[in-house]
Design a protein around this ligand. Sequence first.
Ligand code: ACO
Length: 328
Amino acid sequence: MCTNKKTGIIGLGAYLPEKVLTNKDLEKMVDTTDEWITTRTGIKERRIARQDEVTSDMATEAANRALKDAGLTAADIDLIIVATITPDMFFPATACLVQEKIGARTVPAFDVSVACSGFIYGLAIANQFISSGTYKHALVIAAEKLSAITDWTDRNTCVLFGDGAAAAVLGPVEKGGILSVYLGANGKEGDLIKLPAGGSRIPATRKSIESNLHFIKMNGAELFKHAVKIMADAALEATRPLGLQADDISLVIPHQANVRILNAVAKRMGLTKDKIYLNIEKYGNMSAASSAVALVEAVKEGRIKKGQKILLDAFGGGLTWGAIVIEW
Ligand code: ACO
């Protein structure tokens, strides 16, 4: 069946854990300062999930809020996608755990593992199913408990990451919706950010644990350079087919990795800084959840008005990237 319907976001919800970890708190944990973190990254604080609060719990809370916002129930959902690099476990997929927790029908449910680009990949996949008429309503959830894979003794990484979740309900719309999608990946640069152990290459052993291989390893300076170019290029690739200029975009909702990256992206795109939505100071980098939470907050704050065109733009481990233009 091919009906070519337009796909829109018809409900949104976010969940952030209660516990706030400030830069001042981090000063007591590693050799760092509030001043260094603020000026180098833009981050002031981040949220940390409770030990007993796992990715599927945060995803479920965000999903229930998005369903309520859409005026739908779990029974209306035909597809569940969870974007995460911190699933509850390798399998079952976190999406299956969420399906059970929200009380959805036995609809397809799977995870997408493309790090910070996950929310955009999830939206792109759901868009295909809805616009083709295969499914009516999809839940795309981005949820991360990065605190579980962060080395809290490594100042190079532990100041950057946080936990959180957000969800979008997608469905057919008469007007607007997703106008264009651009996705990409480059496995050659996969070593720049990775979780080395725990998979089939380095299964968990006493040695892998003692060697700290179950935590994020990152080459920050190299990633920084790639991020600026890739995010600016992805924005261009998503807007060009629509004949849009940077000025036609009312707001860019980017992955929140570093405020300096986003300022450089704005400059490359010829945009003023106020056109780039920022909430990194409150949450740090939540991988897939970053752009999703940013979208929820931008809408809640009234930064996105009906009829406006917005751009979601992300870059992450893999490397992976994606950009989507949505008419609200
Ligand atoms: N506190 C104080 N000093 C620090 C800290 C810290 N927390 N971390 C690093 N430093 C030091 C370094 O040791 C280094 O010291 P040295 O010069 O004596 O060797 C100095 O600060 C500068 O280090 P750089 O790595 O050059 O700092 P830079 O300005 O590049 O900032 C940062 C580092 C913030 C990591 C930056 O490179 C960045 O944001 N990169 C992009 C990261 C990213 O996008 N990651 C995620 C993408 S994928 C995903 O999200 C899953």
